[in-house]
Ligand binder design. Structure first.
Ligand code: BTN
Length: 308
């Protein structure tokens, strides 16, 4: 109902009478007033006067009702420990494919390799629950597809030169703007669900202890609507995943890669490998050519570009 009410208010710059809204939505004027009060409590500036209601300003908060087509699958929380945990609990209880858990802030946001992910106000933090009908070995392709779609959304909506860094970071001018964390549950080698957590430095200051991080607002000098960005990204990604064509995903990733051709150092729990990143194989593994001409296939690790 909030979604329909906002559609009416958004379409009118003049006040809309309670009577007219009541006719359109088929609910009483008292019920409308209650919805208006709830929206106001959520930060919407809605004037109410003798001629009706007028929306003056809407907060840039990705509430579920801002996503009319997918409202029932969007779960917004002002604050959680980590959207990864909330999403996993929902996945285990059987939530539908393409459920999205979003948080305004996180107190225990986490990244790859057991790192923390600072999650202050203004950033975009969410986890997708995906249920692709594919064998578990193919799951990296879903991650690569997601990173590629995200980079293209940043390019198209924010006009920035977003590039993918192996495995799934997004860099702009060599600085990290987004990170991705993927967790998988499989049953008999088939994917049961994948939770993909994405943190985007959107309108927040990038963490000061990470000089190699940036944010969209830092680059553009102006804030970008997080709800519009997320709506667009989700539409693009869902269309991509519904097409179920994972054959071109790695090639698409490679075409906007910041890693290929670079001297790299890969640090995993067991070893450090240095060399030149020359390729990514169909499973998403990075191929590094070492100084002695050997080609190593790397499945997991931290990737540093241009190590000194
Ligand atoms: C990384 O670069 O190491 C991955 C960072 C992933 C951060 C996101 S924010 C939303 C989701 N919730 C988390 O706790 N982590 C992911």
């Amino acid at each position: 109902m909030k979604s329909q009410l906002l559609t009416i208010l958004n379409a009118n710059s003049e006040p809309v009478s309670g009577e007219k809204i009541s006719e359109k939505l088929g609910i009483s004027r008292v019920a409308i007033w209650k919805h208006i009060q709830k929206l106001q409590a959520c930060g919407y500036e809605i004037e109410s006067g003798p001629t009706g209601y007028r929306l003056k300003n809407a907060p840039d908060i990705p509430y579920s009702w801002e996503f009319s087509q997918r409202e029932s699958r969007i779960h917004y929380h002002d604050h959680v420990d980590s959207t990864m945990d909330t999403a996993r609990q929902m996945a285990r209880k059987g939530c539908p494919d393409f459920t999205v858990v979003i948080a305004g802030t996180q107190s225990q946001g986490r990244g790859r390799m057991d790192r923390d992910w600072a999650s202050p106000q203004g950033g975009l933090y969410f986890t997708l629950v995906l249920r692709p009908d594919i064998p578990a070995v193919m799951s990296p392709r879903v991650n690569f597809a997601t990173a590629t779609v995200l980079a293209h959304t940043l390019r198209d909506l924010c006009a920035i030169d977003a590039r993918v860094k192996w495995p799934n970071d997004i860099l702009v001018q060599g600085q990290k703007i987004s990170g991705m964390l993927s967790e998988l549950e499989a049953a008999e080698d088939q994917v049961a669900y994948i939770t993909i957590g994405i943190g985007i430095n959107m309108n927040n200051q990038p963490p000061s202890n990470l000089p190699t991080a940036t944010s969209v607002r830092t680059l553009k000098g102006t804030a970008i609507s997080r709800k519009k960005f997320l709506a667009d990204f989700l539409d693009r990604l869902e269309a991509k995943l519904l097409a179920q064509d994972f054959s071109t995903v790695i090639e698409e990733w490679k075409s906007i890669s910041a890693t290929l051709g670079q001297p790299v150092r890969i640090v995993s729990r067991h070893e450090v490998i240095e060399g030149k990143a020359v390729d990514v194989d169909p499973n998403g593994a990075l191929i590094v050519e070492t100084a002695d001409g050997l080609r190593k296939t790397i499945y997991y690790g931290d990737c540093f570009h241009n190590p000194v």
